[in-house]
Design a protein around this ligand. Structure first.
Ligand code: HEM
Length: 412
């Protein structure tokens, strides 16, 4: 849905490249000051940059639904749709892109899996995974810490929690990365077909995994979901469980890998913060919260207007796509003074929006916080001399929502 009149600050809208995540902050700062809500013709989305507006949108899930959060930026071609149908690709909206009452039903079950208490019970295993990973890199400096540690670490954690075999981490990571590029990037028609070919086996794998857990439930969260269902489709169908699983198998590690990478990048760039954490590891959870405010890995999220509305004085029609700039909201100077500085002692860190807000608030937040803290505790203890290698150019994958450096060369 395009706006009826041209944007008064046209150059802001044209300068904004929603897929270029390399350094979004200067333009977003300008947008917050000059044009906090603007239309981006590049993707046909309204861009919302101020904290209060983003939070109000998250809060009002009736006017602003989450139905578009997994919609491909480049709509699927007829060929892709035929291919997916031929491969029995049948995921349905369950969590991220679902709306009440279906979302409420499924979310209330999934909430029971991811309680902070249950997550804490995984802490010893997560610590062992972190220690094994750090031990593997010790003595091998310099290296790319993404390739050697942070790319796979959250997947090993998540797979353990969900009861997915460790041996499948490499293909699970590749499938998830492919899915992100397909839905959140701008593939050509040929790339879209190739990515779809790669998506179909991911779904088949998940369907088979759920069928196997249904046959022989084990001590993991996937089996717990199957137990809650107790064979009753009105509680949850097996296809809904598989749909939850494919969501978790993307949302549950790509986000965390990127968030760890963002945290390491900034803590090691302004190394006094790293040194402070080595001296006082009890501050790690608070420092991570500030890292999520400063550079959230899910840098944007989406909503769809169910009816006409006005956001910061701008009239938005029904059926319009909104791009909520979490990375801009988290740097709103009205809420976080000196937003471009890392200030671990901020007294309102709990207000940062990196995990969203409202009914779709990240269900995996307790797990993400725990595993990130454990990894930083391990790294600050075992490799306190960690620092960035000189003269590296950072690379970010072109997409609209997931930001984190692809590689991070370090030494110690
Ligand atoms: C640092 C890591 C993470 C970040 C920054 C992050 C961020 C987010 C954000 C911004 C949302 C959207 C919230 C909204 O619409 O209001 C979300 C939703 C979600 N996240 Fe996370 N997430 C992270 C880790 C995880 C993990 C570890 C899991 C799973 C174990 C997970 C599973 C989900 C799911 C299933 C949803 C959809 C919830 C719903 O719609 O009800 N996330 N996350």
């Amino acid at each position: 849905m395009s706006p009826s009149s041209p944007c008064p600050i046209h150059d802001l809208a044209t300068a904004f490249d929603p897929l270029d995540l390399s350094d979004p902050f200067p333009l977003l700062g300008r947008a917050r000051r000059e044009q906090p809500v603007f239309y981006s013709p590049a993707i046909d989305y309204w861009v919302v940059t101020r904290y209060d507006d983003v939070k109000a949108i998250f809060r009002d899930h009736e006017t602003y639904t989450a139905a578009n959060t997994i919609s491909p930026i480049v709509p699927f071609s007829e060929a892709v749709r035929r291919l997916l149908a031929a491969r029995d690709y049948t995921p349905e909206p369950v969590l991220s892109n679902n709306v009440p009452p279906g979302h409420t039903r499924i979310r209330s079950l999934v909430n029971r899996l991811f309680t902070p208490r249950r997550m804490k019970s995984f802490a010893p295993t997560i610590r062992a995974i972190a220690e094994r990973g750090v031990e593997r890199i010790a003595g091998r400096a310099p290296l790319d810490i993404v390739a050697e540690l942070t790319y796979e670490y959250p997947a090993f954690v998540l797979f353990h929690v969900l009861g997915v075999p460790d041996a499948d981490v490499p293909r699970g990571k590749a499938w998830a990365g492919n899915r992100i590029k397909l839905y959140y990037g701008r593939p050509t028609a040929a790339e879209q077909i190739a990515m779809t070919e790669n998506l179909a086996p991911f779904w088949s794998y998940v369907v088979e995994l759920v069928a196997e857990k249904a046959r022989a439930p084990q001590d993991d969260l996937t089996s717990d979901l199957i137990r809650m269902r107790a064979g009753d489709d009105s509680v949850l169908t097996l296809n809904e469980i598989a749909s939850c699983m494919i969501t978790l198998l993307v949302a549950g590690h790509e986000t965390t890998t990127a968030q760890i990478n963002n945290a390491l990048l900034h803590l090691l760039t302004q190394r006094e913060h790293w040194q402070a954490l080595c001296a006082a590891p009890a501050d790690i959870p608070r420092a991570l919260e500030e890292m999520m405010r400063y550079d959230p890995s899910v840098c944007t999220w989406r909503r769809l207007t169910a009816k006409p509305s006005t956001i910061n004085g701008v009239e938005i029609p029904a059926g319009a796509n909104l791009l909520l700039m979490l990375n801009s909201a988290n740097r709103d100077e009205g809420v976080f003074p000196e937003p471009d500085d890392i200030i671990v002692e901020r007294d309102n860190l709990k207000d940062q929006l990196a995990f969203g807000y409202g009914i779709h608030y990240c269900v995996g937040a307790p797990l993400a916080r725990l595993e990130m803290a454990i990894l930083l505790e391990t790294l600050t203890r075992e490799l306190p001399g960690l620092r960035l290698a000189d003269g590296q150019a950072l690379e970010y994958t072109r997409n609209i929502s997931f930001r984190g450096p692809v590689a991070l060369h370090v030494t110690w």
